[in-house]
Design a protein around this ligand. Structure first.
Ligand code: NAP
Ligand code: GDP
Length: 314
């Protein structure tokens, strides 16, 4: 039995891994870590975490993370906290001889100007990220450089995954800080309750590939258990499932039976227009990988939100 320590174990993806972890109970014992147990920005607490748990594997998810507006308004925090906690986790994974580390990047840290879509893993450092999230993006890009340095100098099996827009139960539903999908669920719920318009920020035209948190969790654990995988793997639904923010808003409103009340507020930023990625590497490794449809995923996320409003991050 190997132990897997999951940093960010209380978050959206950490809880996605928890939901699918039973499938692997004969091979892996999971330990889910929250910031309340160990603040990973503090090196002495990170050392204590490794000393306490002595894990075989690390899945490093912990991050200071948020939607477009959190990224625009909190650049110093996004840069400093992420640099610190990523440095600590990767450094001590080497010191404590972790057998395999999977660290989480994001497709939103890839270059803004892409010569031809889709975006692939090799393009990560080929140009600046979108200006709205440059602080978060450069901190995250350093994870890839840091892991590569340990691979090259010491032969450590430190690799990265790059998910697209993730959503699901346990997401952050905070109206200012959250990502678009959970925020629109929360805002539509409030709009219907108070019989107000359901406001979607921006034009609704930008395109995104949304992946359900359990699919991300399953892909990460499969990658953990597979030998000789590439050193960065994009985790995404196919390009054909790219969808506009307006369509996502409509689907959410339909679940609340509130479609006729949508208003777009163009005074807000659209952020990056699109960042279409290829999931070819993922599907080459796992050709039978099945993704939960966005309709089903939204339904499950709304149901979780309605049943857990008292504990949800709002
Ligand atoms: P999340 O729901 O916001 O959870 C963040 C996690 O990080 C929480 O478990 C939190 O612990 C932990 N954390 C934050 N600061 C910490 C600190 N100082 N010390 C220890 N733990 C700390 O995030 P998520 O959406 O699951 O994201 C997981 C990973 O996926 C991140 O690396 C993120 O960059 C990446 N990603 C996310 C998306 C997305 O759409 N959400 C897309 C692409 C990539 P507490 O809750 O205990 O404070
Ligand atoms: P991104 O995919 O990294 O840009 O992050 P988000 O999940 O925050 O999605 C941002 C897109 O959703 C932009 O086009 C926003 O204009 C749009 N959007 C619409 N309403 C909201 C909202 O209330 N919050 C957020 N975060 N984005 C919104």
């Amino acid at each position: 039995m190997k132990t897997v320590l999951v940093t960010g174990g209380t978050g959206l993806v950490g809880q996605g891994i928890k939901s699918i972890s039973l499938h692997f109970q004969n091979q892996l014992e999971f330990i889910f870590i929250s910031s309340k147990q160990f603040d990973l920005t503090k090196s002495e607490q990170v050392e204590k975490m490794f000393e306490t748990h002595k894990p075989n594997y690390i899945i490093h998810l912990a991050a200071c993370v948020g939607g477009l507006f959190k990224n625009m308004n909190n650049k110093v925090e996004m840069l400093e906290k992420n640099l610190l906690l990523n440095y600590n986790v990767i450094h001590y994974s080497h010191v404590y001889k972790v057998e395999k580390l999977i660290a989480c990047l994001s497709t939103c840290i890839f270059p803004n100007n892409i010569p031809s879509y889709p975006v692939t893993e090799e393009m990560l450092h080929d140009g600046p990220p979108h200006s709205s999230n440059d602080a978060y993006a450069y901190a995250k890009r350093m994870i890839e450089i840091h892991c590569k340095a340990y691979r090259e100098n010491f032969g450590d099996e430190f690799i990265c995954v790059s998910p697209t827009n993730i959503y699901g139960p346990h997401d952050n539903f905070n109206l200012e800080d959250g990502h678009v999908l959970p925020v629109l669920i929360h805002r539509c719920f409030l709009a219907k309750q108070s019989k107000q318009k359901f406001i979607i920020r921006g034009t609704g035209a930008p395109l995104r590939q949304f992946i359900f948190s359990e699919d991300v969790g399953l892909a990460i654990v499969k990658i953990l258990l597979t030998e000789n995988v590439p050193d960065n793997i994009i985790l995404s639904v196919p390009e054909s499932q790219e969808i506009s923010i307006a369509e996502i808003g409509n689907m959410i409103a339909k679940n609340f039976d509130y479609q006729d009340h949508i208003v777009f507020d163009n005074s807000y930023s659209d952020g990056q227009f699109k960042k279409t990625v290829s999931n070819k590497r993922l599907l080459t490794l796992f050709p039978d990988f099945k993704f939960i449809s966005v309709q089903d995923g939204i339904q499950r996320t709304i149901q979780w939100f309605l049943e857990n409003k008292n504990i949800a991050r709002i």
